[in-house]
Design a protein around this ligand. Structure first.
Ligand code: AMP
Length: 307
């Protein structure tokens, strides 16, 4: 199945209590595409970079079955740049520098062969860009998923509500779900979001896993208790990529299949945080993914027996 995604492709600089990454490549679109491509192909990527972005990284994406015909390269301009510093517990971070550069006036353009996706993953970007992508697709995909963040909830609430009304699945973290749903209760927040349009809502709780709401049911996915978390950058995007990649591969949007997809997403996120930036995502073997899926199975499987 065809999967189309839109998201930033970036230069990042990351500081964690364990060290500094220096300038590396990143961006939500890059993480989503890399993660999804382990599960489905082709992955079609829509984004924008400047003249300074390394050609060999784009070639590497292509080698991995990612179609970059939708990635614009702007002559004489600079790539989006983000610098972040994580706090001691790695759960929170400060954005130290955000230079939008080419992302500031980004107008996504879908080549003809990108206009019939079976599945669409709208990465965290301005709701106007997300809407523009939806509007360039004449026939509704089987599932449209969207990731967003507090910045858009605060600054462009009306545009965000409009795009949320057009999607099937919203992926959001717990703090942002409370903001959007205007309630401290995650269950009520999920209900409020369902009323805005999406049939499914996934609320991510960082190292504590994720909740899937839909069909009047809830599914709870655990977070993998990793001994060492090195760099959480891109974990949310790797989660989204693994999740939608699995749904596209299996071509099944039922609640039961979304449960499996949430686990696949969690597996991809757990790899991402083991090394700086996308490094770990670039070196995985399919067996690594299968093995870790088994670990997740054991994490929360139990039977209650009375003797
Ligand atoms: P995550 O850790 O999943 O929130 O995503 C981290 C990625 O998001 C980094 O690689 C950044 O380049 C990218 N990023 C940070 N801020 C923005 C922004 N305002 N718009 C688009 N992408 C961003």
């Amino acid at each position: 199945m065809n999967l189309l995604t839109v998201g930033s492709v970036a230069f990042d600089e990351i500081e964690t209590p364990f060290g500094r990454s220096g300038r590396i490549v990143g961006g939500a679109g890059l993480y989503i595409a890399l993660s999804a491509a382990y599960h489905t192909q082709p992955v079609q990527l829509v984004s924008v970079v400047g003249e300074d972005f390394p050609a060999d990284v784009l070639e590497e994406l292509q080698r991995r079955g990612i179609d970059i015909a939708g990635v614009q390269r702007k002559a004489g301009r600079k790539t989006f740049y983000w610098k972040g510093r994580y706090h001691e517990d790695l759960n929170t971070r400060d954005s130290l520098v955000t230079e939008l550069n080419v992302l500031g006036d980004f107008e996504p353009y879908l080549p003809d062969h990108f206009r019939r996706p079976d599945y669409l993953m709208l990465g965290n970007l301005s709701p106007q860009v997300q809407l523009s992508v939806i509007e360039q697709i004449p026939q509704r995909p089987r599932m449209v998923a969207l990731d967003t963040m507090n910045f858009w909830i605060d600054n462009t609430p009306n545009e965000l509500r409009e795009v949320i009304s057009k999607i099937d699945l919203l992926i959001i973290n717990d703090e942002e779900a409370r903001m959007l749903g205007r309630t401290p209760s995650l269950v009520k927040a999920a209900q409020a979001i369902h009323e805005m349009g999406p049939e499914y809502v996934i609320i991510k709780k960082g190292e504590h896993g994720a909740l899937l709401f839909g069909d009047g049911e809830v599914f709870v996915a655990p977070g993998l208790p990793l001994e060492e978390v090195f760099d959480p950058t891109g974990a949310g995007d790797s989660f989204a990529g693994g999740l939608i990649g699995y749904i596209a591969r299996t071509d099944d949007t039922s609640f039961d299949n979304l449960k499996r997809a949430v686990i696949v997403g969690s597996v991809m996120a757990s790899f991402c945080i083991e090394k700086f930036g996308p490094q770990r995502l670039l070196e995985l073997a399919p067996e690594d993914i299968l093995r870790r899926q088994e670990v997740f199975k054991k994490l929360s499987h139990f039977d209650i027996i009375y003797h």
